[in-house]
Design a protein around this ligand. Structure first.
Ligand code: BYC
Ligand code: FE
Ligand code: FE
Length: 479
């Protein structure tokens, strides 16, 4: 069978020859209706009967895997797609460097591996839950479609992880798969596992920041898992990464379009007030950036982590682009200098590199975020404005790791709690900010029209026009 092509004649589309394993197929077919129930109750509210211009994977080849068509979301063909296996794959890092990669779970690593997979899996439905009301205030049909594209693909990412749990982790894996549909973003009794995935995403500026900063954590975590010595995980996450690129695009260009629109309203005047015009002020955008960037930094875990050292040593989770790095893939002799708080002061400490793997991944992530900031600032320069966006220091507003119990300014300086609290409203989106942004949100559904606070994109989806009817409503007036 040709692994690059996906079999759509099956109830669960797949390129893993699911039909040859009846037990597994039946187990997943039993999970499928529970998933659909979850999608209908926790997925996008309203819009389930509407036809959305969505892409679906038809092949896992590099050349054009996507097929675009109008689909009702509950009819989306969620499936199981892995990139083709490499013959003779070798492990690229850790204690097992150079040995044959594993096609089965090494017994001694079973629990750890399951935990990583469950943590990854948990974020996917969480994000759909967090975004479920946004359709009602979409700034255009183009944006509405992009939201739903992201949502159905996060649903597919859940499928990707549930396949691994069912296929490789027996009864415990099946139980975890059930629990993935039971925890709920923001539910105090059964919250999602990682912090950001319990935060509300109430407006579209938050959504764009989330797709920019939080989905980007996905890019780096998936990139680290794509190096795994456990090949099925590596091949699954590689295909997920091809979908992730669009999510990051939605986030980065979304924020960029808000900036462009505000700059347009400011008309070259640095002191212009855009509120009377219904625009989003630049300093408010900066406070949203500060909030979502710092929350997303927490997702990398502690700066100094023995969990991370174990994941690396056992060749389960590598660094970003591990295989392509010209570095010691055992990471045994080096260290990473990390500023830590000791006796009320920041002092540099050298941490053995394996224990600093979370920080190494966070470094790669921050460098990637900086690139987007350069693009956003280019918009300001073009508009002859002197304001510039910055990323806050990695120590600012943290809730996990070395800096969690201390207070740091956006420049990274250690502060007293009192002083910090006195300035918090300058730095982080306030309830007034959020109320103002909420007041601007309106549902715009005429093709080609955009809400006043955001500029249109430069081009449409899949070479379609910007005024293409990306969502076709099923016969009733939504306004
Ligand atoms: N919130 O050594 P530590 C995505 C826990 S995003 C709450 O600091 P470790 C997506 C940690 O679990 C990508 N708890 O951390 C994006 C541990 O708990 P236990 C998601 C946290 O283990 C947008 C304890 O603190 N994928 O795909 O090295 C939309 C101390 O552990 C947090 C992954 O994360 C937190 N932020 O690393 C849709 C990949 N941070 O064991 C999707 C899989 C840490 O003491 N996950 N803790 O109970 C991992 O590799 C690791 O679990 C982490 C943490 C990187 C998350
Ligand atoms: Fe995802
Ligand atoms: Fe994503």
């Amino acid at each position: 069978m040709d692994i690059s092509n996906i079999d759509y004649s099956e109830r669960i589309p797949n390129n893993v020859d699911l039909r040859s394993d009846r037990r597994l197929q039946r187990a997943l077919e039993r999970w499928q209706p529970n998933y659909l129930d979850w999608w209908r109750s926790m997925g996008p509210e309203g819009f389930q009967e509407d036809h959305v211009y969505l892409r679906t994977a038809i092949s896992v080849d590099a050349k054009g895997w996507a097929h675009f068509d109008f689909v009702k979301m509950p009819d989306y063909r969620w499936g199981i797609f892995l990139t083709p296996s490499e013959n003779d794959r070798k492990i690229a890092f850790g204690d097992h460097l150079g040995r044959d990669a594993w096609d089965q779970v090494p017994g001694e690593y079973r629990n750890l591996l399951r935990r990583i997979i469950v943590t990854q899996a948990d974020t996917e439905p969480a994000s759909v839950e967090q975004q479920r009301l946004l359709g009602q205030t979409a700034p255009s049909l183009y944006d509405l479609r992009n939201l739903f594209q992201v949502n159905v693909e996060e649903g597919r990412h859940l499928w990707a992880m549930v396949y691994l749990l069912h296929r490789y982790f027996g009864r415990e894996g099946r139980e975890e798969a059930e629990e993935l549909l039971e925890r709920q973003a923001g539910n105090p009794d059964k919250p999602r596992i990682l912090n950001v995935f319990n935060e509300p995403i109430e407006d579209w500026l938050s959504f764009f920041c989330f797709a920019m900063f939080t989905d980007r954590d996905g890019k780096f975590q998936l990139g680290a898992l794509a190096e795994s010595g456990f090949s099925p995980l590596a091949r699954t996450t590689r295909f997920m990464l091809t979908e992730e690129a669009h999510h990051l695009f939605v986030g980065q260009t979304g924020v960029e379009r808000v900036i462009r629109r505000t700059a347009e309203m400011m008309n070259g005047d640095d002191d212009a007030n855009v509120r009377p015009l219904g625009g989003i002020p630049l300093d408010l955008i900066q406070r949203y950036i500060n909030r979502w960037f710092s929350l997303s930094l927490d997702l990398f875990g502690s700066e100094v982590s023995s969990n991370a050292a174990t994941f690396f040593a056992q060749s389960l989770k590598g660094r970003f682009d591990e295989t392509r790095r010209h570095e010691d893939h055992r990471a045994l002799d080096e260290g990473l200098i990390i500023p830590v708080v000791r006796g009320g002061k920041l002092v540099n400490e050298e941490i053995p590199l394996r224990k600093a793997m979370n920080e190494s991944l966070r470094d790669s992530y921050i460098a990637d975020c900086e690139k987007a900031l350069v693009r956003w600032n280019r918009e300001l320069k073009k508009a002859k404005l002197t304001y510039r966006f910055t990323l806050p220091n990695r120590r600012f507003h943290r809730h996990q790791g070395e800096y969690a119990d201390h207070y740091f300014s956006p420049e990274g300086d250690l502060m007293d709690e009192m002083d910090w609290r006195a300035r918090e409203d300058e730095w982080l989106a306030t309830s007034d900010d959020r109320a103002y942004v909420a007041s601007l949100m309106e549902c715009v559904i005429e093709p080609g029209r955009f809400a006043n606070w955001i500029a249109p994109p430069k081009r449409g989806i899949n070479n379609q026009a910007i005024d293409h009817a990306y969502v076709k409503f099923s016969g009733y007036d939504r306004r």
